[in-house]
Design a protein around this ligand. Structure first.
Ligand SMILES: [Zn+2]
Length: 363
């Protein structure tokens, strides 16, 4: 599953030069559409005979793997490096743009973007008769827990019995909400979830919200009334709407924080050159990159130094043996290796103006 792919492990892999092949494609015939890209890349590598040979060997590993395990998923990604005798494929439950790249390590940017976009969250669908708690990941909802409420809706009775009835009903609701919160807390802890979406009847949601301890209450990103008789597909759509709305707000707030820090010469940097430098020294706490950012970098084959931009010689050792790479991918890997984080955001005007990337620093 997407969220289980260990990007840190992939980030630790390093070949020499451009020995790693990374393949992404959609569905069963996706690989066919990559053939022409494969031929083009092969032709471009002609001037580096070693890399051309390793490319052929690595592509063979890719094709062998796909023959052995025919694709049944929406999307697939495969990484291969013949020199390291490494090949691994991942089925993905969502389509990915076709892509074929060579580089010094697995190209993880598309996976990092997807993992950021589709973080697993808890969905609580509740009304007074029952609550279902789902774990939502990659547009799929898995039912994790079901709690019976059995709390009757208000009925009109008179006088003394009305009061007694109300009190009993309140106690029932209270107990019921407590049970829901216990189950939810367990799920959140077990999976390290950062977000909770509440949906269903107003009264039950309010009761549950009141019972949530502070740390869990802070994770609630949506609280929308929803008729639970509607389909599970509609339920999921509504949950994602709340989740994505919060995601956009979170990205905006992060950019505001970075901007404020930067303006008062605090712990923030903007632009690819400074962000790269901060990553290199392990100072990045959280970076934000727009999903449309095209940041070109150059790596040296001899000393592995990476710079922003496309100089023809290495600025560290003077070697002329250099190749281009995607700096956003470098950032995604650095984040994995230094336990920091890259937030991928939709374009934000101010952020795009400073080069599409900025970061909050640890020190
Ligand atoms: Zn160098």
């Amino acid at each position: 599953m997407l969220q289980d792919i260990d990007l840190r492990e992939l980030s630790q892999m390093q070949g020499n030069g451009r020995d790693f092949v990374s393949v992404y494609f959609r569905g069963e015939d996706g690989i066919e559409s990559l053939r022409s890209r494969e031929r083009m890349l092969r032709a471009m590598l002609e001037e580096m005979p070693d890399e051309a040979e390793h490319f052929d060997m690595s592509m063979q590993l890719v094709h062998e793997l796909l023959e052995k395990h025919p694709v049944r998923a929406e999307g697939v990604c495969v990484f291969a490096c013949a020199l390291l005798d490494f090949v691994r494929g991942y089925p993905l439950s969502m389509p990915v743009p076709n892509e074929l790249r060579v580089g010094p390590s697995p190209y993880i940017r598309p996976l990092a973007e997807l993992q950021d976009e589709y973080q697993t969250f808890a969905l609580v669908a509740c009304d007074n008769s029952a609550t279902r708690i789902f774990l939502v990941t990659n547009h799929q909802a898995e039912l994790e827990d079901q709690i019976k409420g059995g709390v009757k809706n208000h009925v009109k009775k008179g006088g003394w019995s009305q009061k007694r009835y109300s009190r009993r009903r309140e106690n029932q609701l209270h107990r019921y909400a407590g049970e829901v919160v216990d189950a939810l807390a367990q799920l959140v802890n077990e999976h390290g979830l950062e977000r909770i979406v509440l949906t269903g009847s107003e009264e039950t949601m309010r009761e549950i919200k009141d019972e949530l301890p502070e740390d869990l209450a802070q994770k609630v990103v949506g609280q929308e009334a929803f008729d639970l008789n509607r389909s599970e597909g509609e339920l999921l759509d509504a949950a994602y709407e709340a989740y994505f709305a919060e995601e956009i707000e979170f990205e905006q707030k992060l950019w505001e924080r970075i901007k404020n820090e930067y303006q008062r010469h605090g712990l923030a940097v903007t632009g690819a050159t400074d962000v790269l430098d901060a990553f290199r020294t392990g100072r990045v706490e959280t970076a934000i990159v727009t999903t449309d950012a095209q940041l070109r970098g150059t790596q040296c084959r001899d000393c592995e130094w990476v710079v922003h931009g496309t100089p023809k010689t290495c600025q560290q050792c003077g070697s002329k043996s250099v190749f281009e790479l995607d700096l956003v991918d470098v950032f995604a890997k650095q984040a994995e290796l230094t336990s920091s984080r890259v937030e991928f955001s939709d374009p934000i005007a101010g952020l795009s103006k400073v080069g599409g990337v900025a970061a909050l620093l640890r020190y």
